[in-house]
Design a protein around this ligand. Structure first.
Ligand code: NAP
Length: 483
């Protein structure tokens, strides 16, 4: 495994527009290590003019890339997949350094993120149209799928690789060019990916990466430029709404993967040990910094005490520490702001009467550490039941009947994912159908799969990533009428 200084010395830190390019005036900004609060490295800070250079490159490359045979596009994607897997340890360490998560979590993300290139390398050759006789018998209908054109992807920091590859894989497979604007907290992973894509034979301009701190200023001119044909965003609901508003001006096609407030519902007929294991994954995977993280744990009152005791014991087994330390199973939060938000939500619940069963207080010192925390007796008016905590805090609440459990699960403006634990098949299907969410896990604590359609309803957004649905987001449908 490469050492930390060697890795940092070798990663690209300039913008990637057909290769490494300095930002206007050589501007840079610092990337911080959340485990120490210290600067890791300086990265190019793009200007709006730099962003326009990336769009010029994407527009220039678009026609040739769309005309590249699908088999060839697929083979380049497959080569990128192989290269990411070869460099698993480098990507994993890089993500741990810039985002904080424990190394085993980073390795899981490398495998998951890389898989979007393999999956969409296989989907590239399965873009189908349709040909049929019109019902009147007076003509024929041909339906043809074409790439939408140059796309902009704006991605968050919580999965620095996978939130990019989930968009880049299908866009490139469909024949679109793409500009990625990664989160300013975690720009390094995308820059390394761009270099790998180039080494794997991706033509210049097909994928550009613009890093920068002024996200609104550098993305606005792209969104307002009619040459851009699609915006795909993963991030908070608040920013997503602003981007939908600004995209309305040119009726830009958009997909929005936004915030979540996932309920994790345990019924009295569940296998409680399996439910505890599932809740540990759904809550503490990625340090709780996942849009799919269980935000509220609803447990039927007859098994509430037993579930809570077992869950608290399991949460106490997590080892808080720097992500790069092999003993660590729970890394730091991404930054001081996230630490403040998590602390505030816990303090609010406790002030209203919640009981701290474990954790509940940041240890202080350098780095943005917060312990695995379980709260019981959480009052209904606690902010933590309404707002996305995005940290390792599990509020547990009880319910009596199935109807009450379902109503509590649906009592949110979000609708990304919901988890249920029950051994009763009728109940599982009935509740799954009644849940207002884009995804449901039945007796599963992790559901993400590159071969499945990922996405939400309500204020969790619209559009799907992964599965056979994922590539449709980057295709437009043309109807050709024939005699
Ligand atoms: P965020 O603050 O909304 O930022 C996401 C991205 O948008 C970053 O690249 C950010 O750049 C950029 N951005 C911020 N303001 C912008 C503006 N005015 N115009 C253009 N771009 C702007 O979200 P985050 O804190 O990074 O990520 C956490 C959120 O993402 C959570 O709500 C989580 O649920 C959601 N998420 C959703 C999914 C999903 O699939 N549904 C997956 C993962 C995460 P800067 O970094 O420079 O601010």
């Amino acid at each position: 495994m490469v050492s930390e200084p060697e890795l940092l010395a070798s990663v690209p830190t300039q913008l990637w527009i057909g290769g490494p390019v300095a930002a206007t005036g050589g501007a840079t900004f610092p990337v911080e290590n959340p485990a120490t609060g210290e600067t890791l490295i300086e990265v190019a800070d793009a200007s709006p003019e730099d962003a326009m250079r990336a769009l010029d490159a994407a527009v220039a490359a678009q026609d040739d890339w769309a005309a590249t045979p699908a088999r060839q596009r697929g083979e380049i994607l497959r080569a990128v997949y192989e290269r990411i897997i070869e460099r698993t340890e480098d990507f994993a360490l890089l993500m741990t350094l810039e985002m904080g998560k424990a190394l085993p979590e980073s390795r899981n993300e490398v495998r998951y993120g890389a898989e979007f290139f393999r999956w969409f390398s296989e989907e590239a050759v399965r873009i189908h149209g349709r040909y049929q006789t019109a019902p009147t018998g007076t003509g024929r209908i041909m339906v043809h799928k074409q790439p939408v054109g140059p796309c902009l992807a704006i991605t968050p920091w919580n999965f620095p690789l996978a939130m990019g590859t989930r968009k880049i894989g299908p866009a490139l497979a469909a024949g679109c060019t793409m500009i990625v604007k990664p989160a300013s907290a975690t720009p390094l992973t995308m820059l390394l990916l761009a270099r790998l894509c180039s080494e794997a034979g991706l033509p210049d301009g097909v994928l550009s990466v613009i890093t920068g701190r002024r996200s609104g200023a550098i993305t606005a001119p792209l969104i307002n430029d009619p040459r851009l044909r699609k915006l795909t965003f993963t991030g908070s609901t608040e920013v997503g709404k602003k981007l939908v508003e600004s995209s309305a001006h040119g009726l830009l096609r958009t997909s929005m993967e936004l915030g979540g407030n996932a309920p994790f519902v345990v019924f009295d007929d569940a296998d409680l040990d399996a439910a505890v294991a599932g809740a540990m994954l759904a809550k503490f995977r990625n340090g709780g910094e996942a849009c799919t993280a269980a935000n509220r744990i609803h447990v039927q009152n007859s098994v509430l005490a037993e579930f809570t005791d077992k869950f608290v014991a399991a949460a106490q087994g997590l080892e808080l520490g720097p992500g790069a330390d092999p003993k660590t199973t729970l890394g730091p939060l991404v930054d001081d702001q996230q630490l403040e938000t998590v602390s505030e939500l816990v303090e609010d619940a406790v002030a209203k009467g919640a009981q701290v069963r474990t954790g509940g207080k940041a240890p202080g010192g350098p780095g943005y550490f917060y312990p695995a925390t379980v709260l019981s007796d959480v009052p209904a008016d606690s902010r933590i039941l309404r707002e996305e905590v995005f940290g390792p805090v599990a509020p547990i609440v009880g319910f009596d009947t199935e109807e009450q459990g379902l109503a509590a699960a649906n009592d949110t403006q979000y609708g990304l994912v919901a988890y249920i634990y029950t051994q009763n098949l009728d109940r599982a299907l009935r509740v799954a159908e009644g849940l207002e969410s884009g995804m449901v896990g039945i007796n599963r604590g992790v559901i993400s799969d590159p071969a499945a359609p990922f996405g939400g309803v309500k204020e969790s957004g619209f559009g799907r990533e992964g599965g056979t649905e994922g590539i449709e987001e980057y295709l437009s449908t043309k109807y050709i009428a024939l005699p």
